[in-house]
Ligand binder design. Structure first.
Ligand code: NAD
Length: 715
């Protein structure tokens, strides 16, 4: 044994070949935490001191090679001074450099995943062999940073600038065939052949058939490009990548700038450039938010896993109502492998639901994401019906009929008589109280909300809503079914609008107030899109539908009259009264035309301004900051109330719900994180400035307390 630690062991395996094996004790995966880096330092020193070695093979004792850095360490690490971050990277890089400089050929065996620091480990060795099912990549940009263990230096020299930019700026996970084609790995074999392949390469190196020193020099030297080529590669990609990433995500473009800067430098100097650039990105608020988001997502996953332990098996599902939502739910369930009955009251409804599912599946086939046989299987998983005939062995029902209390009440009572005593019954209602719907049920403990978002295949969130009488088993089974459908479930308590709509409608309230005070709705959209929303509020209302919006708004106003009831006519009311329902009938705040590809394109309609004129009370001077504050304060305040009222269990649930449910700008981390970043005291001060706009803008007593005590929602 050459070295034995808790994350790494090194031993001689045969004929002077050493094996360095990553196998982090007590963890299911290998990751680069502090301990692993320290041990890699110690293990490398031992290797350097050996005099009789002829080669090194780097392996993993787990199903995956190394999944990347330990992101739970990032928050503390990134909070430190920039200088420390630079030094930290340089210290780690000294280890990778030492591995690269070992006096014998080195090969990494990649199984499972080699991502981020894991792939950078592999890049430090002379050669890489890869399991045909494995994936490699540098996904750091997803956290607002870029590779910091030499990845920008080695990859750009190994596979060329164009591919390196693509891999690093997109953060993609790359399949073995792609990795081989680009030259990122040298050989692809089946998992059980990795060691043999690595040993064969070392033998060829030692026989002089492969020149590993030349390989090494290529990675350590300057990038082989003349001025013109360099200009083309870096300058043109900067523009393209900036356009793709958007101004709120600086890391991808910074990565290109860093590669451009170190293109003419040799390794040690180039690593310094990378370390500086890395530290600069790690200090941005975007990185802090994206790291926070990753950790919140882990929290959600862990909670869902806990629930799954208590869940009943879902072998057969059913959906009631084959409309927009029912069709989407049937598709998603079938495509992800849970057979589903789709019941409607009329043939036309069924035909429409099936057509929707077929359309979605054909798209996957056309994009090469699904084989035609798989499409046939998925379609066979949907059984359309007009009767309750087969409901006896259904494990879970999702009710998705029209949004009407009376209809839903009767449909839910009806289905309860058709299913077994254990069947979980859920409703996809977007506004009606789960307790109201449970009133006339015989087994309210088996009932809860399962709120999907439109379009179902695209939207990741499912709100699982707990009513007063809902059992843990019902929640657990619904969470498990949502997971089986590939969705992210968040468990919330019952209240009007649940979490997402309860927070969204005050935001629309902010919008209505702005229009009343003379703001141009197009300007509001632009300002909010610049702020980071995927679409502005007027456009979003057009997508949601003015009828749906108005109806939900009324439900919310009834639920929270103190702050959501208004005594003035809003722009949304005006659009509704003039039958401008939005995209669904071609006219809302905007008008819609089909473009050449048959997609709906929004255009300006002067008529809207004429219609809005009578409700504009005054022409207030409004800055962009006013617009942002007037939109964001009601949304943030309502999120705070959801937390205080126990609608969500903890801040992570609220923030992730908004990101997954309504596209809250991810780089801002969520509503509560946004308040934290501004400072709770600054937020309260800002809200007080707009106090005369009404109670939607009034901070709660508890928030004022938090401001006074300097508390935060996160940490
Ligand atoms: N559309 C959205 O954006 C959205 C988003 C989230 C939740 N929801 C909720 O989902 C539910 C369905 O909405 P939708 O937009 O799909 O409506 P939809 O009008 O497109 O579809 C409703 C379907 O239910 C059928 N139906 C009516 N009574 C029935 C009965 N007794 N038994 C079986 N089927 C019956 C109708 O024939 C129709 O096909 C509503 O509760 C809605 O609030 C909608």
């Amino acid at each position: 044994m050459i070295y034995e630690g808790k994350a790494i062991t090194v031993k001689e395996i045969e004929g002077g070949i050493a094996q360095l094996n990553f196998d982090l004790q007590g963890e299911s995966v290998n990751k680069f935490n502090r301990l692993t880096i320290e041990e890699l330092r110690a293990a490398t020193d031992k290797l350097k001191a050996q005099t009789n070695l002829k080669g090194l093979v780097v392996t993993s004792g787990k199903d995956s090679f190394i999944v990347g850095a330990d992101i739970t360490e990032f928050t503390d690490l990134f909070a430190g001074p920039e200088e420390d971050l630079i030094n930290n990277n340089l210290t780690a890089n000294a280890v990778f450099n030492d591995i690269e400089d070992l006096p014998f050929p080195t090969v990494t065996c990649i199984n499972g995943m080699a991502l981020g620091g894991g792939f950078e480990m592999g890049l430090a060795t002379d050669y890489r062999v890869m399991d045909s099912k494995a994936k490699v990549g540098l996904p750091e940009v997803k956290l607002g940073i870029f590779p910091g263990f030499g990845g920008t230096v080695r990859l750009s020299r190994l596979i060329g600038v164009d591919y390196a930019i693509e891999w690093i700026c997109m953060g993609s996970e790359n399949r073995a065939d792609v990795a081989l084609k680009t030259g990122a790995v040298d050989s692809v074999v089946e998992a059980d052949r990795l060691m043999d392949a690595a040993l064969a390469i070392i033998e060829q190196c030692n026989d002089g058939k492969l020149d590993y020193q030349a390989r090494r020099e290529e990675k350590k030297g300057k990038i082989q490009l003349n001025n013109m080529e360099s200009m083309m590669a870096f300058e043109t990609s900067k523009g393209f990548v900036a356009g793709q990433a958007g101004k709120n995500y600086p890391a991808p473009v910074e990565a290109i700038k860093v590669m451009q800067k170190h293109a003419s430098l040799t390794r040690d100097k180039a690593i310094e450039v990378e370390a500086k650039g890395f530290a600069k990105m790690a200090k941005t608020n975007v990185a802090a938010c994206l790291v926070g988001l990753f950790l919140n997502d882990q929290t959600l996953k862990a909670k869902a896993k806990q629930w799954e332990k208590e869940a009943a098996d879902v072998k057969q599902a059913a959906v009631l109502g084959a409309g927009i939502m029912g069709g989407g739910i049937a598709y998603q369930s079938a495509y992800k492998g849970t057979p589903i009955l789709m019941k409607d009251i009329n043939e036309d409804g069924i035909a429409l639901g099936l057509k929707e599912a077929k359309k979605l599946l054909s798209k996957r086939v056309a994009k090469g994401k699904m084989k035609p046989e798989q499409m046939a299987d998925a379609l066979n998983n949907i059984r359309p019906t007009l009767s309750y005939g087969d409901f006896g062995n259904v494990d879970i029902v999702v009710e998705a009929v029209v949004e009407n209390v009376k209809v839903k009440d009767s449909v839910l009572r009806e289905v309860e008589d058709q299913v077994s005593e254990d069947t979980i019954v859920t409703s996809n209602t977007s506004t009606i109280s789960i307790d109201t719907l449970a009133t006339n049920l015989k087994r309210p403990e088996n009932f809860c909300g399962m709120h999907f978002f439109n379009p179902v295949p695209m939207m990741p969130l499912v709100e699982v809503i707990r009513g007063e009488k809902t059992s843990d088993r019902a929640i657990a089974t619904t969470v498990a079914y949502a997971k089986a459908m590939g969705k992210t479930p968040i468990v919330v308590n019952n209240c009007p609008g649940f979490l997402v709509n309860r927070v969204l409608f005050p935001y629309f309230g902010g919008f209505a107030g702005l229009v009343r005070d003379g703001a141009d709705f197009q300007r509001v959209d632009k300002v909010m899109e610049n702020f980071g929303w995927p679409m502005g509020p007027a456009y979003l209302l057009d997508v949601v539908g003015m009828d749906t919006g108005k109806h939900a708004n009324e439900v919310m106003a009834d639920g929270f009259p103190d702050r959501m009831k208004t005594d003035w006519k809003s722009g949304i009311d005006v659009m509704y009264e003039n039958n401008r329902y939005g995209q669904k009938n071609g006219k809302g705040f905007y008008a819609y035309e089909e473009d050449k590809r048959g997609k709906q394109k929004k255009v300006v309609d002067e008529e809207t301004y004429k219609l809005l004129e009578p409700i504009v009370k005054e022409q207030k001077e409004l800055t962009d900051e006013d617009i942002i504050a007037r939109m964001m304060i009601p949304l943030c305040m309502e999120t705070v109330r959801c937390l205080e009222d126990g609608i969500v269990e903890e801040p992570a649930d609220a923030d992730m719900g908004l990101i997954y449910g309504i596209g809250f700008p991810p780089f801002r981390g969520g509503a509560l994180r946004y308040i934290d970043d501004m400072g709770v005291d600054t937020f309260v001060e800002l809200a007080d400035k707009y106090a005369d706009l009404g109670p939607l803008y009034h901070p709660t007593e508890k928030l004022r307390e938090m401001a006074k005590n300097g508390e935060k929602f996160f940490g």
